[in-house]
Ligand binder design. Sequence first.
Ligand SMILES: C[S@@+](CC[C@H](N)C(=O)[O-])C[C@H]1O[C@@H](n2cnc3c(N)ncnc32)[C@H](O)[C@@H]1O
Length: 220
Amino acid sequence: MLEIGCGTGRVLKPLLESGASVVGVDISHEMLALAHNKLASFCDSGALRLLNHNFVYSSIPERFDRVFVTFYTFNYLLSYENALSFLKNIYSSMNDGAVLLMDMFFPSIYHNPAIEGKWQQRYLNLGAKQIRLSDRRTMRGPMEKREQVFEEDGGRQEITTLRRFYDKNETARLLREAGFSSVKFTDVYDSTLFHQLELLEATDRGFLVMGRREAGGGEG
Ligand SMILES: C[S@@+](CC[C@H](N)C(=O)[O-])C[C@H]1O[C@@H](n2cnc3c(N)ncnc32)[C@H](O)[C@@H]1O
C-alpha cells in the first residue's frame, strides 16, 4: 500500500496495525521525521518505508495495489496541470486492478457564504493549554485562502494556506484523463470524527473518490 501526503502518519498507523506493508510519501522532511518518530517500530521491522518524493514530477519504480491520498492532500495541488501530472504519476506506480482512494475538501464558504472574508474567533483547549484561533477564509474562483492566527501566552503564529476545490465533475475528468476507470464517489466525509480543530466547519460536505487502474489499462 502507498499513502501520498502521509504527514505525521495518522493513516499509516491503522494500515500498519492491520498487517499491511506500507510506503508513506511526503514532500515535507519535517512531517516524515514526525511519522518516523511515531512509527519507529514499523520502520525497524521493515513494514514501513518513508520516502521524500513529489508525485507531481515523477512516479516511483515500485507498483502498489492500494493508494491513499487523504485529508485533503490533493487539494494542495493548486493547478489542474499539477493535479493531472500527480494522478498520471500515481497511475504509473499502480498494478493492474489497483485502486486509488482520495478524500476531497469542500470549502465551508460554499456551505455558509456569510463567513466569507470575516474573521472568526474561537478557543481551542488542548490539554492544559488554551489557544485563541482567529480564522479567515476567502474564495477566489475555486481557490480558498485561509488565514489562521494562533495566540497563546503572548506567543503568536500566523499560517496562510491555499486549497483548491475540485468538484466531482472536475475530479472525474482528471481521473479519467490520467487513465483511471470505474470512478466512484461517496458523500458525507465527516472529518470531525478525527480532527478536533475542524469542529466548527462544514466538513460534512467533502467527498471520497475512488478510481481503478483496469487490468491491461496501459499507461495513463
Ligand atoms: C493535511 S496533511 C494530511 C496528512 C495525513 N494524510 C493525514 O491524514 O493526517 C497534507 C500533507 O500532504 C503533504 N503534501 C502536500 N503536497 C504534497 C505532494 N505533492 N506530494 C506529497 N505530499 C504532499 C503535506 O506536506 C502534508 O504533510
